[in-house]
Design a protein around this ligand. Structure first.
Ligand SMILES: [Fe+2]
Ligand SMILES: [Fe+2]
Length: 302
């Protein structure tokens, strides 16, 4: 349980009156701005979350940047180039927003390079085929949209505002990925297989992007109270699955989950067990590429 919420930076108690007034502002949906008083734990939570978010935007350029020179046509190259540039912009907006909380860009960089700060585990998976550029756009940017749209209403003003443009651009990213998948799925048997293989590689890692299950999520309750988070990890994951399964069906591709079923009663898809040990291994950086291969074998052959 995340209980440091009442401790200040020196480990003392935050003044009760200020805390109460702060929470009242949040409850009234007022935005908290950089010069406003805020509990130290709120500040630290935002620094952690926003800097990890910014790092993910920057690291996310790497696998796609590698594909720019290998994109199959000039048009695909231009689209991918624009997308990678967008991701650089997202990183910069969010770094700037994070700096308003009193950490410098250099400090954040150092934390990224030393491994102290994390970034999204999804970028530790290899992207060996062009179809992966499709699956990444469709699934990874698609999952990012699910996570980021509610952040447009986050209680911290600079973070919320930076998300508005980012979400518009993410929706272009998702569509360009789906467009690649559509071309491949309608192409030759070999192209369709490329698309299916890539879906097999990225489906489960995309589901893991929403973070641990609610019962194991240490930061969620406090973040919901502070209105940094609006939906739980499991709610967002379910929304993503419900939106994405029909898209896979439209492509004629098969989601690699034998337990996936529409549930009339709940009005949602039921889905299989997520292998969280795999998630933990990837977060710890234990041979991600190797882990991904083992993971893929295990999921597809089971
Ligand atoms: Fe982005
Ligand atoms: Fe994106």
């Amino acid at each position: 349980m995340y209980s440091q919420g009442l401790k200040d930076a020196e480990g003392g108690q935050e003044p009760a009156g200020l805390l109460k007034a702060f929470q009242a502002r949040i409850d009234k949906e007022e935005k908290i701005e950089p010069r406003d008083w805020m509990p130290d734990a709120y500040r630290q939570t935002l620094i952690r979350q926003m800097s990890q978010h910014a790092h993910s935007e920057i690291v996310g350029q790497l696998p796609e940047g590698n594909w720019i020179t290998r994109a199959p046509t000039l048009k695909r190259k231009m689209i991918l180039l624009a997308k990678v540039q967008d991701e650089a912009g997202h990183g910069l907006y969010i770094y700037s927003a994070t700096e308003t909380l009193g950490i410098t860009r250099a400090e954040m960089n150092e934390q990224l390079l030393s491994g102290e700060a994390k970034y999204s585990s999804i970028f530790n998976y290899p992207t060996p085929s062009w179809a992966d550029m499709g699956a990444v756009g469709w699934l990874v940017d698609g999952a990012a949209i699910m996570n980021q749209v509610p952040l447009c209403r986050a209680s911290y003003g600079p973070y919320a505002r930076s998300m508005v443009r980012i979400c518009k651009e993410e929706s272009f990213h998702q569509r360009q990925g789906y467009d690649i998948m559509t071309s491949l799925a309608r192409g030759s048997a070999a192209q369709k297989k490329m698309a299916q293989d890539s879906l097999n590689r990225f489906w489960w890692p995309a589901l893991m992007m929403f973070g641990p299950s609610d019962k194991d999520s240490t930061h969620s309750a406090q973040s919901m109270k502070w209105k940094i988070k609006r939906f739980s990890n499991d709610e967002l994951r379910q929304k993503f699955i419900d939106a994405t399964v029909p898209q896979a069906e439209h492509l004629g591709l098969t989601i690699p989950d034998k337990d996936l079923n529409w549930n009339e009663e709940t009005g949602h898809y039921d889905f299989g067990e997520i292998d969280w040990q795999e998630f933990i291994n990837v977060i710890k950086g234990n041979g991600p590429c190797e882990a991904a291969e083992v993971y893929q074998q295990k999921k597809i052959q089971s």
